[in-house]
Write a protein that binds this ligand. Structure first.
Ligand SMILES: NC(=O)C1=CN([C@@H]2O[C@H](COP(=O)(O)OP(=O)(O)OC[C@H]3O[C@@H](n4cnc5c(N)ncnc54)[C@H](OP(=O)(O)O)[C@@H]3O)[C@@H](O)[C@H]2O)C=CC1
Ligand SMILES: CC(=O)N[C@@H](CCC(=O)OP(=O)(O)O)C(=O)O
Length: 343
């Protein structure tokens, strides 16, 4: 398999290389850059020295048809511009938010930029692999989910799908490490702003809100806004999402357990930790796992679901490779079955 990465100099790109390099079906990983062409990627990232020696190439002269898959690991707006050209020649996996929202107006409202062409939005398949495997297998234009939506939806979909929670009153409280913001330093994420600090940001304004709602609404058939409060914590990787949801009348905790098992017992990357057994971010660090725990509060009839992922793996590059494997009919676990790094 021949692969190419646009945006290879970013965190998502480097994480793609780490895992593609361990993929037994991948022969070539070419890297493209809009700003650092003709230098070695390992000059920027010395941890790759002598392990990955490819030179960054310019996008303009690429022959995309030479690749089985092209990954776009670029900021919003870039894949809206490039996907059409590349998708005419080969498979595309877009890690940005450009092709996730089916409604261009919703994208424009939340991302405050013009959306991708309508034809691309309709063609792109949303690749939350556990819930969309058949569609993923049949597409050549894949939109990889956002990091927060991956953590949130893997925890909620088994429940909304079977009507055991009230979808009109969902509260999501999620925490992320700073790599979620990419490699470019910013005032919000640099060391002295984050060390020993803990911040809430973009409350009710985060661009992942409509992505979460779109997926939930597809399962409920309704139109239910969610409350979403993201937080930044002083760690490099990881997301822990806590979802507070009212149970519908008569739902018992044993039924919740059964639904998680029904949804995920055969899934290689969704691990059920059980009732009152809560996962921590380090337990999935560097891996493609999403771990899930929960508890029922009988006093309030509320369910608390907790999920953890590594934002750069299951939240981005790992899930992108999982989707690539499904698209190409390879073993879904190939290249991404590393154990978490612990401690
Ligand atoms: N970090 C995370 O946890 C997650 C990230 N994502 C999404 O994945 C994408 C990549 O994220 P991440 O790697 O963290 O971001 P980074 O900021 O670390 O990297 C993005 C890369 O995009 C490239 N780029 C910038 N401008 C252009 C351009 N005009 N044309 C082509 N390439 C360009 C840059 O490389 P160069 O200058 O060399 O071209 C840069 O290295 C983003 O859309 C992000 O939102 C999704 C889920 C989780
Ligand atoms: C810490 C931090 O800033 N995290 C990012 C995570 C979003 C992301 O990377 O996802 P997209 O692919 O949807 O752009 C944020 O909150 O915007």
């Amino acid at each position: 398999m021949n692969t190419a990465i646009i945006g290879a100099t970013g965190y998502g790109g480097v994480e793609l290389i780490r895992m593609l390099a361990q993929h037994r079906g991948v022969e070539q990983i070419d890297v493209y850059s809009s700003s650092k062409q003709n230098t070695k990627l390992s000059d920027m990232y010395p941890h790759m020295k002598d392990l990955y020696n490819e030179i960054l190439q310019p996008l303009e002269t690429a022959d995309w048809s030479a690749y089985d898959v092209v990954f776009l690991s670029t900021p919003p707006g870039i894949s809206a511009e490039w996907s059409e050209t590349i998708a005419a020649q080969t498979r595309v996996i877009d890690l940005s938010g450009d092709l996730r929202l089916k409604n261009a107006k919703t994208y424009e409202q939340w991302y405050q930029r013009q959306g991708a062409p309508e034809s691309l939005l309709q063609e792109a398949v949303y690749g939350l692999t556990e819930w969309n495997r058949d569609e993923v297998a049949g597409t050549s234009l894949l939109s990889n989910p956002g990091c927060y939506p991956t953590a949130v939806l893997l925890g909620l979909l088994p429940l909304v799908d079977k009507d055991v929670i009230d979808p009109s009153n969902i509260i999501i409280d999620a925490k992320t490490g700073t790599t979620g913001a990419g490699r470019t330093p910013s005032e919000t994420t640099h060391f002295s702003e984050m060390d020993g600090n803990f911040k809430i940001y973009k409350v009710n304004e985060h661009k992942h809100t409509p992505e979460i709602e779109q997926a939930l609404d597809m399962h409920t058939g309704g139109n239910h806004p969610v409350t979403f409060s993201p937080h930044l914590v002083p760690m490099t990787r990881g997301i822990l999402a806590t979802m507070y949801v009212p149970l519908t009348d008569g739902t018992k905790s044993g039924h919740i357990e059964e639904l998680f098992h029904q949804a995920y017992d055969k899934e290689p990357f969704a691990r059920i930790r059980g009732e009152k057994t809560f996962p921590a971010t380090k337990e999935v660090y560097g891996s493609n796992f999403c771990d899930i725990g929960w508890t029922v509060d009988e006093r309030t009839s509320r369910l608390t679901v907790v999920t953890v992922i590594d934002n750069l793996v299951k939240g981005a590059s790992g899930q992108a490779i999982q989707n690539m494997n499904v698209m190409l009919g390879a073993d879904e676990k190939e290249g991404i079955s590393q154990l978490p790094v612990y401690p």
